[in-house]
Design a protein around this ligand. Structure first.
Ligand SMILES: CC(C)(COP(=O)(O)OP(=O)(O)OC[C@H]1O[C@@H](n2cnc3c(N)ncnc32)[C@H](O)[C@@H]1OP(=O)(O)O)[C@@H](O)C(=O)NCCC(=O)NCCS
Length: 466
């Protein structure tokens, strides 16, 4: 019989049930290191200590609260804002029915919506179901704190699990209007200030970043990025009429750093510069942002005459003719796109996003970016000595037949970390033609399995008779 399960944010009316379920776990499990029962007033204060960004969820079966989960601040220090801790508890009589699993995915979904970058779960010795569900949700065990608690007369270890989340926040872009100038100028100044410049530098920036309607009129293009109708970033472009387009400003509100908004803005600026038929986009980068631009294909072409707080200011350029870049940074993978493709592919049909995330974390992923957008993917499982297994290779349909898959495979095979690998393996239904030029040959007796062996290494066989 299927249960009628509802999961929703908690209200204060749920606090007695939350308290009852928690007290049951205090008394009977090692899941929490509280040892004395909590009063309803205490749990009410705890719930009130949570806010919109730190929700408490309750799960109801047939209208009765049987469990809860929470996203709790990992630390009150501001730099930890993109990290939260998850916890979940299910009433004893309702365990083992799939309720905990649903609670866990609901709290992860909340964290994704709220733009968290990473989640932590602490799992005490003896909480096997919790460890199991965390693993299944894609959490990785990153360490263990030995014998940090004592409960029921035993010293207990606590394992720490972590889940990395794709944090791109959907945002919309539109042209900058005169009414935006005040908030845009303030945002630019806030963003600069977040790098910790001294007052003298800040006053120079404030002057440069305060845009007037006259400035706006002279710009070739200016766009703002919005999340829930709030301006969270902007860029301005100026065409110099000699094939060069300059990105004068690109700023993201510090409260939204690390959520892909800068990337969206830069891609839009690149598209615009292309539409102007420019050869390259140039920019004078803040020394703190050089890495961001390099990740998006920019190269340093010089140094600005002035410096900021004694640091050189690089002048950078992004070529607009063919803006391709390959990355194996896990944080750069467009998980939505990868899941979108794989879950429709013949070999991974229906693979849920959590499993895609987990597979990325357990292997070395590679992405090919075209104008900052991921258009191809592959991943490698390898011990980097004896064996490497190339899998999940794909190029988005609209970019097929332009040599991008070969480019990605060549890049992967030439990665220095794989230079010692004895045997490469892969399985493909119909892409043998892609791999053959790189020395992959089909296994004896089967077309689908291919291998590439370094001279001196044994060729693998299926053991089947042909
Ligand atoms: C952890 C907890 C919330 C899970 O709730 P639940 O409703 O029992 O969870 P589910 O029924 O969805 O799933 C339980 C899973 O754990 C597995 N499991 C149960 N006991 C296990 C054990 N001893 N070892 C390994 N896996 C175990 C079950 O097989 C099931 O996995 P499956 O679906 O892959 O078969 C619940 O056990 C609980 O409240 N425990 C006490 C509090 C706690 O430990 N909270 C976590 C700390 S924050």
């Amino acid at each position: 019989m299927s249960l009628s399960i509802t999961i929703r944010r908690s209200s204060e009316d749920d606090v007695p049930a939350i308290t009852r379920i928690y007290n049951e776990a205090i008394a009977n499990t090692t899941a929490t290191f509280d040892t004395e029962p909590k009063s309803v007033a205490d749990r009410l204060a705890w719930v009130r200590g949570h806010d919109d960004r730190h929700p408490v969820l309750v799960v109801l079966i047939d209208g009765r609260v049987v469990g809860w989960a929470a996203l709790t601040a990992w630390s009150d220090r501001a730099a930890y804002d993109l990290t939260a801790e998850t916890s979940f508890y299910v009433e004893e009589s309702q365990r083992g029915k799939g309720v905990g699993r649903q609670l866990k995915s609901a709290i992860i979904a909340e964290a994704r919506t709220l733009g968290y970058h990473t989640l932590i779960a602490r799992v005490a010795e003896g909480s096997e179901a919790s460890a199991h569900l965390n693993r299944q949700a894609g959490f990785k065990r990153i360490g263990v704190m030995r014998e940090v608690g004592r409960k029921f007369g035993r010293l207990l270890d606590v394992e720490i699990f972590q889940l990395m989340l794709p944090t791109d926040t959907p945002c919309t872009l539109r042209s900058m209007a005169v009414e935006d100038l005040e908030s845009v100028s303030a945002l630019g100044i806030r963003s600069k200030a977040s790098w910790g410049y001294d007052a003298a530098s800040m006053s120079v920036f404030a002057e440069e970043l305060t845009l007037s309607s006259e400035d706006l009129r002279k710009l070739t293009d200016a766009q703002v990025a919005l999340v829930n109708d709030r301006i969270v970033g902007y860029f301005t472009l100026r065409g110099h009429g000699d094939g060069r387009v300059e990105l004068e400003h690109l700023f993201v509100d510090p409260s939204c750093f690390g959520r892909g908004i800068g990337r969206r803005l830069l891609c839009a600026a690149l598209e615009e510069a292309k539409a102007l038929d420019a050869e390259e986009l140039t920019l004078i980068a803040d020394p703190n942002s050089t890495g961001f631009y390099q990740k998006h294909g920019a190269r340093i072409i010089g140094q600005h005459a002035t410096s900021i707080s004694g640091r050189h200011i690089p002048v950078m350029a992004i070529s607009l003719r063919e803006n391709l870049r390959i990355s194996s940074e896990a944080s750069e993978m467009d998980v939505g796109m990868i899941h979108g493709f794989l879950s429709q592919s013949y070999w991974a049909k229906g693979r849920p996003i959590e499993r895609v995330v987990r597979s990325l974390e357990s292997s070395i992923p590679f992405a090919l970016f075209h104008d900052g957008k991921q258009i191809a993917f592959a991943r490698v499982l390898s011990d980097e000595v004896a064996l490497a297994y190339l899998m999940d290779v794909f190029v988005l349909a609209e970019y097929e037949r332009r040599g991008y898959a070969s480019m990605l495979v060549r890049h992967i095979l030439n990665e220095p970390r794989f230079s010692e690998v004895g045997t490469w393996l892969l399985k493909t239904r119909d892409a043998q033609g892609l791999y053959a030029p790189f020395g992959f040959v089909s296994f004896e007796g089967t077309e689908r399995w291919m291998q590439r062996t370094r001279p001196g290494n044994k060729t693998w066989t299926t053991g089947r008779k042909t």
